[in-house]
Design a protein around this ligand. Structure first.
Ligand code: NAP
Length: 270
């Protein structure tokens, strides 16, 4: 469908955004459903100005990425309660000038992990204490899982664990006790340091499901070793895909063309 006077505009605000896969993924999804919508990248330094601009120009929705996921919050008209607890917003829905903030990172992580095991009542060890660990931790609690947190820097890890109301342990002790699943939300294993893994191999005896949110490379050392040990694995593309799926559905109210969106990501990472 060509761009015309009725085309609705969506985009991503962040800095930098030139390498984001979201434009390719969302435009492919809009086209697949024949929607007169287009999604572009907005490199943004001035968050206040950008939020005024979204309202003034009638932009219908936006993704928010680093470094603006917290900075947009004071400019919202409404915020989803889980996004408020996480303290980060990655999705804006704009309706009649009213901007609502959501967080679909946790939704994407939950949906990815739920393909491997039902989450309610399960004990899940989250590795890391950064932005993703925070969103995933709150999200898993939302789903009724029992969550443990392990990370490198004690003060930071303990602080997040206390906000989540869960136990913290040093990363070096992760994998010593049985859990139902581990989610790596550290950047360990990400290119170029692809030989690194956040867990020792011995841990895989005690963990049936291992998910890595690192997606570059798609098969991290953690996932390779987990597969070799017979664990079920979930790669980082699944979370990336499903956070986008949840955005698409929030913007359109339609079921997202998941296979089309997955294919765009697979072309880049598969
Ligand atoms: P972040 O806020 O910078 O947090 C990074 C975490 O990794 C921190 O807890 C840090 O430890 C830990 N870490 C880094 N190097 C470490 C090392 N050598 N040993 C132990 N821990 C280490 O980053 P983020 O935004 O949460 O992102 C984390 C990873 O997830 C990145 O690789 C990112 O690309 C990926 N990601 C994937 C998706 C997806 O959709 N699949 C979405 C978002 C992010 P400290 O606590 O000690 O600082």
């Amino acid at each position: 469908m060509g761009i015309d006077g009725a085309t609705e505009l969506y985009g991503i605000i962040g800095n930098p955004v030139a390498h984001s896969l979201s434009p390719a993924m969302h435009n492919a999804a809009f086209q697949a459903l024949g929607l007169n919508k287009v999604y572009v990248a907005f490199p943004v330094a001035d968050v206040a100005g950008a939020m005024t601009g979204l309202r003034a120009l009638g932009v219908k929705g936006a993704s928010v990425t680093i470094p603006h996921k917290q900075a947009v919050i004071p400019f919202l008209d409404a915020i989803d309660p889980v996004a408020a607890r996480i303290g980060a917003v990655n999705t804006l829905v704009v309706e009649e000038g009213i901007i609502r903030g959501l967080n679909t990172d946790w939704v994407g992580a939950n949906r990815a992990l739920a393909e491997a095991l039902p989450l309610a009542g399960k004990t899940i060890l989250v590795l890391g204490a950064g932005g993703s660990a925070r969103a995933i931790g709150f999200g898993l609690l939302e789903e009724g899982a029992r969550v443990l947190l392990a990370s490198r820097t004690p003060e930071k890890g303990r602080k997040l664990a206390s906000e989540l109301g869960i136990d913290w342990l040093p990363l070096a002790e992760a994998g010593r006790n049985p859990v139902d699943a581990v989610v790596n939300a550290t950047s360990v294993g990400m290119a170029p340091a692809v030989d690194a893994s956040p867990l020792p191999q011995a841990a895989f005896q005690k963990v049936p499901v291992v998910m890595d949110i690192v997606y570059s490379p798609l098969t991290t050392r953690l996932l390779r070793e987990a597969r070799e040990a017979g664990c079920q694995t979930v790669d980082g593309l699944a979370m990336l895909l499903y956070q986008g799926v949840a955005q698409f559905e929030a913007w359109t109210g339609l079921a997202a063309p998941v296979d089309v969106m997955r294919e765009v990501l697979m072309k880049r990472f598969g």
